[in-house]
Design a protein around this ligand. Structure first.
Ligand code: ATP
Ligand code: MG
Length: 320
């Protein structure tokens, strides 16, 4: 299912609980698509990275080539570093604010941003900006972008952030609009300097750019022809319940949920213990079918060895 689905999309998000196999499945599908001749970028936004481990090389915040296929296709990868992303985000905000605020408020700006670093949502906001950026540049430079996202609760929040942030910037812009009008009136009365007007226009431009970036991300996310979201899970009770909840939340946000990958299925023919586990898994999969019966499902067996390196990822992709 997943390979066919990815072949028909430009952006594929993979989400699910920690340790279920998101990074492995993301790399497997991305590699398969590169081998099919597409230019592919795999992005890991998960704070606990292992794209590097998987490819047995160091992968960081700058894009690196992971595999070259015969023909046109190749695979690049990048790991979004939340610390670095937050730091870069804050220093950009600091630079803008310092430029736009009166000089004597510089200390205030610094204090505010030092507090903001640890504020809830700051990492998410920074990562979201980076995701928006990577989706935008990625879809321009590649045929397919595969995003391996952080564990599920976090992911749905991340995906609803464009809405929240859009509303927030809209509010600020409306307030600016009002003060722009007041400002213009004041200026006619000779009460406002040209410098202030210029600064206001600049603040407006910054906010507008940001809002437009989030609006574009949301447009891609809710474009069912271009983008899809696939949930990876283990056939266990809690992961199944969380998957149902995540899929519903995403569908409510207007995101296409293209399918589910049930990873690490126990074998039926490798001893009593694993056979019993397999039977228990089958029960949990019935729940999954009851609630998300409309979604196609791939089942990937539990492999004897961790899928590490290109050859192992090619065999992993054979199950998708
Ligand atoms: N089908 C499989 N059989 C055996 N091991 C697997 C399978 N799929 C993944 N693994 C192993 O399970 C571990 C977790 O996989 P992976 O890192 O892809 O999960 P993840 O969802 O990205 O985890 P995290 O949330 O921590 O980023 C890894 O050691 C990986 O090699
Ligand atoms: Mg991972």
């Amino acid at each position: 299912m997943l390979l066919d689905l990815a072949a028909r999309r430009r952006v594929v998000f993979l989400g699910g609980k920690g340790g279920v196999g998101k990074t492995s499945i993301a790399s497997a599908v991305a590699l398969a698509q590169a081998r099919a001749g597409r230019r592919v970028l795999v992005v890991s936004t998960d704070p606990a990275h292992n794209l590097g481990h998987l490819w047995q090389r160091s992968v960081g915040d700058d894009v690196v080539r992971l595999a070259t296929a015969t023909g046109e296709g190749y695979l690049d990868g990048v790991e979004v570093d939340p610390e670095r992303t937050t730091a870069a985000h804050l220093s950009a905000v600091r630079a803008t604010l310092r430029r736009l605020m009166p000089e004597h408020l510089g200390g205030e700006v610094d204090r505010h941003l030092d507090l903001a670093r640890e504020a809830p949502g700051m990492h998410e906001a920074a990562i979201l900006e980076r995701v928006a950026d990577l989706v935008e540049t990625g879809t321009a430079d590649y045929d397919l972008v595969v995003l391996d996202t952080a564990p599920s609760g976090h992911t749905a929040r991340l995906l609803s952030l464009p809405e929240t942030m859009g509303a927030w910037t809209d509010g600020l812009l409306r307030r600016r609009d009002r003060s722009d009008r007041l400002g213009a009136a004041a200026q006619m009365l000779g009460g406002r300097g040209e410098a202030t007007a210029r600064r206001d226009a600049e603040i407006r431009a910054v906010l507008t750019r940001r809002r437009e970036r989030f609006a574009r991300l949301r447009e891609v996310l809710t474009d069912h022809e271009a983008c899809t979201f696939v949930v990876v899970l283990a056939a266990e009770r809690l992961p199944v319940l969380e998957t149902v909840e995540l899929a519903r939340r995403l569908e409510k946000l207007g995101v296409d949920v293209g399918g589910l990958v049930v990873n690490k299925r126990s074998p039926a023919d490798a001893g009593e213990l694993l056979a019993a586990r397999r039977a228990a898994e089958a029960q949990h999969l019935l729940t999954l079918r009851d609630d998300l019966g409309h979604l196609p499902v791939d089942e990937v067996p539990l492999l004897a060895a961790e899928p590490v390196g290109e050859a192992a990822l090619v065999s992993l992709a054979a199950h998708l």
